[in-house]
Design a binder for this molecule. Structure first.
Ligand code: PMP
Length: 355
């Protein structure tokens, strides 16, 4: 494979060995003579995959196997924006608005009940995490987006509430140690630290779904998926298997605590370089910076052109910012090697001489 330094925000890179194992399974899955693409989602072999991945998914987050159900669904995190209120919102829910994805979740929830936005960073283009969020109690749930992929901001702790807590952790689940067990429903599009695109993973604390009386279409009903052990319909067999390979890789690396150390090293190295360059304009407040998505821009357009050229020469790809924000974004997901960050830092330092 070519040595591209891939800073893509998602779908992002996965470990090399995962690519190889997944490729092998496409040709011949576990020496069965069958491709992973061509086995039944109800086959004994796939049921074993589903059981192992469900177990491992919880274990790596330190979640109690007896307390949570795990679902591997389809439709991405965007479908969970809808499924969450469909299944949980009867009267009122609290949301924290920290960007495009949080706003989209809010938009969907408004169709089902009263939505109170209890904190927002919209006033400064979502460049920070709102502080002094009032503790709201007695609502159906509180929703927050733990890491804001577009803006490069990240919650450092789970917000307080006596209501159930729901979090979109699409871009930082499995990247850091966190109070995962304080959260009642965690959901994520898989295409960052979990596996390939085409899945959303949802952890639902048992009992939290309550007794919603509205009629929920089966495909959107968590209880229906749970009752059918995640096989209400044909599961995304290949993406689930690749997720298993990726989570096995993470376990072999030492799990979330060990990968967090490496992730911190990568983020510190890059932020340190950016902070030392006076022609860089950071896009997120220092205190709320994400360790997964590092956003920045150059003070002059020409510096951006020079950076683009140097990136191309260094084989750095997918480092442009999201179209709503512009600038640049280096995503430092679990599988991104430290060496790729070193190459990026070297490019930035070369600019010191050239600008
Ligand atoms: N939430 C967050 C935090 C995201 O980063 C994204 C997409 N990258 C989404 C939700 C939407 O995910 P999907 O495209 O899987 O619907």
């Amino acid at each position: 494979m070519s040595r591209v330094h891939n800073f893509c925000a998602g779908p992002c890179l996965l470990p090399e060995e995962v690519y190889k194992q997944a490729a092998d399974a496409i040709v011949d899955f576990q020496q069965s003579g069958l491709s992973i693409l061509s086995i039944s989602h109800r086959s004994t072999a796939f049921l074993a995959v589903l059981e192992e991945v469900s177990h491992l998914a919880l274990e790596l987050l330190g979640l109690d196997q007896q307390q949570y159900d795990v679902l591997f669904l389809q439709g991405g995190a965007s479908t969970e924006f809808l499924r969450i209120p469909y299944n949980m919102l009867t009267t009122n829910a609290a949301y924290i608005d920290t960007g495009v994805w949080a706003s989209k979740a809010i938009e969907q929830a408004k169709q089902f009940g009263k939505v109170e936005v209890i904190g927002s960073s919209a006033d400064r283009q979502y460049s920070y995490i709102p502080q002094d969020i009032p503790q709201v109690n007695g609502c159906d749930y509180l929703h927050f987006t733990s890491n804001n992929t577009i803006y490069g901001t990240q919650f450092s702790a789970v917000p307080q509430s006596d209501s159930p807590i729901v979090s979109d952790m699409s871009s930082d689940v499995y990247s850091r140690v966190f109070d995962y067990d304080k959260i009642d429903v965690i959901y994520a599009g898989a295409q960052k630290n979990i596996g390939p695109a085409g899945l959303s993973v949802v952890f639902v604390r048992k009992g939290v779904l309550g007794n919603i009386t509205r009629k929920i279409p089966n495909m959107l009903n968590y209880k229906e998926h749970i009752a059918k052990d995640g096989l209400y319909h044909t599961a995304n067999v290949f993406a689930i298997y690749t997720t298993l390979l990726n989570l096995r890789w993470l376990r072999a690396k030492g799990g979330v605590a060990a990968i967090e150390k490496i992730n911190n090293q990568k983020a510190e190295m890059l932020y340190h370089a950016l902070d030392s360059l006076d022609f860089i304009h950071p896009l997120a407040d220092k205190a709320h910076r994400s360790r997964m998505n590092v956003t920045f821009d150059f003070k002059e357009k020409e510096q951006g052109y020079l950076f683009d050229t140097l990136c191309q020469e260094a084989n750095i790809q997918n480092i442009k910012g999201h179209r709503v924000l512009g600038g640049y974004r280096a995503s430092l997901y679990n599988a991104l090697p430290l060496a790729s960050v070193e190459v990026l830092v070297a490019v930035l330092n070369r600019m010191k001489v050239k600008v």
